[in-house]
Design a protein around this ligand. Structure first.
Ligand code: NDP
Ligand code: 2IT
Length: 444
């Protein structure tokens, strides 16, 4: 059996009931075959792949808190410190009822390669909880965040592990988490990113993932002889990533016509009204039915359906495995020619393969959504030098980073004879820096 197949089998056997983790590892290791085969015996002897797929450390803990009725609630807390070869662990926290260890491991594994692609000195990690912020009062969210951080603070630090936001964790949660960290550790340091602007946050971090997605998409289209201007865009999600992807798409002259949340989706042929979307989702934390109620041109549909709309470019920005084979077929049938992932692993393996076979430009999330974590790393730099950069300065750096990421994945795909396969390019380019650093640091 080849070394890659051995490790794939080992991952499935040793990590039962973690399908998302298996999926993420399979996608990466399949891409790495060509690289590993160049020097299989050395990689096998050093157990490099076994070390790559095994987190350096996993912290799991109980999170007890008291709700507004005086009832004690208990949630599970996780932090997976996956790989610190190229820098301190870095990656978001997800608060969503679906969170379990396998999901956090898949996200942490993806983060290792994503962070490497940014070119910045950040290792990979991820954390979160099965806590559901939906329908909770601010006081309940604060109680939960304080309890979560009371344990987590023992394991993180500005030079050790720096969490940030993800699904269900935005500015409000980061504020409560930061406050509790400072209080317990008596340290005012850049231990979290995505902080508010009055206490060490970076301008443009809020916008960074969505904006970065569009900067990379624009470059990918340009290098394939197309222009983002005037293109019809289908976006899923209505959270942080989706909102700022829609905003930047409009600034670049494209027309995003959809968005979605966990209960339904909007088709707005006149183009999504970003200010209204922000008012509904960011301020009121309400459902998309409220968007439809205030916007005569918008149609609201229950359930899923964003990928059935005619579009040129699709940007999945909600969650994992939200774009399956049938969705991919509809997109192709309707003339879509490019897909760039804003979410982490939103496209199933079958759908990805199908899109690639059909000649669709396909950029994986670990490249196209890296703008968020890249800007988090810029926030860490600003915290270290105790200075704040202007919006333009951060945004210009973000643009440079996203254009570089596209060219490094494009070059890697060409170097290994798979031109246009940006999945392979991203996995290979991300792997190389991490593998070199791991080799140089010995068996750790
Ligand atoms: P938010 O919590 O701000 O928004 C998530 C959006 O996706 C919401 O509209 C939510 O609907 C919808 N959603 C979440 N889970 C599901 C589900 N199971 N089924 C259907 N819809 C769902 O999160 P973000 O925008 O920050 O994150 C979106 C994606 O982007 C995630 O995959 C995340 O890992 C990834 N990402 C985020 C980065 C960041 O900087 N924030 C950076 C890189 C990647 P509802 O409103 O009903 O909850
Ligand atoms: O998936 C991701 O890259 C994030 N949620 C952002 C992580 C970060 O540290 O900014």
């Amino acid at each position: 059996m080849s070394y890659v197949d051995e490790v794939l089998a080992m991952v499935v056997a040793k990590n039962p009931a973690q399908p998302e983790f298996h999926q993420a590892v399979k996608e990466v290791l399949e891409s790495l075959r060509v690289v590993i085969e160049e020097n299989e015996e050395e990689y096998r002897r050093d157990a490099l792949l076994e070390r790559l797929v095994t987190p350096e450390r996993i912290v799991m803990f109980r999170v007890p808190w008291v709700d507004d009725k005086g009832q004690v609630q208990v949630n599970n807390g996780f932090r997976v410190q996956f790989n610190s070869a190229i820098g301190p662990y870095k990656g978001g926290l997800r608060f969503h009822p679906s969170v379990n260890l396998g999901i956090i491991k898949f996200l942490g594994f993806e983060q290792v390669f994503k962070n490497s692609l940014t070119g910045l000195p950040i290792g990979g990690g991820k954390g979160g909880s099965d806590f559901d912020p939906k329908g909770k009062s601010d006081r309940e969210v604060m109680a939960f965040c304080q309890s979560f951080m009371t344990e987590l603070c023992k394991h993180i630090g500005a030079d050790t592990d720096v969490p940030a936001g993800d699904i269900g964790v935005g500015g409000r949660e980061i504020g409560y988490l930061f406050g509790q960290y400072k209080r317990i550790r008596n340290l005012y340091e850049g231990v979290l990113t995505g902080k508010g602007l009055t206490y060490g946050g970076s301008l443009a971090r809020t916008e960074a993932t969505g904006y970065g997605l569009l900067y990379l998409t624009k470059e990918m289209l340009k290098c394939n002889g197309k222009d983002i201007k005037d293109k019809i865009i289908a976006v899923s999600g209505a959270g942080n990533v989706a909102t700022y992807a829609i905003q930047k798409a409009q600034q670049l002259g494209a027309k995003p016509v959809t968005c979605s949340d966990s209960t339904g989706w909007i088709f707005d042929p006149e183009g999504i009204d970003v200010d209204l979307l922000k008012e509904v989702k960011e301020v009121k934390r309400a459902r998309l039915t409220e968007y439809a109620a205030k916007r005569p041109s918008a149609q609201y549909h229950e359930g899923r359906g964003v990928w059935s709309v005619k579009c040129d470019v699709a940007l999945p920005c909600a969650t994992q495995n939200e774009l399956g084979l049938e969705d991919a077929k509809m997109l192709v049938k309707n003339g879509c020619f490019a897909v760039a992932e804003g979410a982490n692993m939103p496209t199933t393996l079958e759908a990805t393969e199908y899109l690639q076979q059909q000649g669709i430009l396909f950029c994986p999330g670990k490249a196209s959504n890296a703008g968020g974590v890249a800007t988090s790393a810029l926030e860490m730099s600003q915290n270290s030098e105790r200075l704040s950069w202007t919006f333009e300065e951060v945004d210009n750096k973000l643009q440079g980073i996203m254009v570089n990421i596209f060219h490094s994945i494009d070059n890697a795909s060409k170097k290994y004879g798979m031109e246009g396969n940006y999945v392979a390019g991203a996995n290979i380019a991300g792997f190389q820096k991490v593998a070199d650093a791991m080799k140089a640091q010995g068996i750790v």
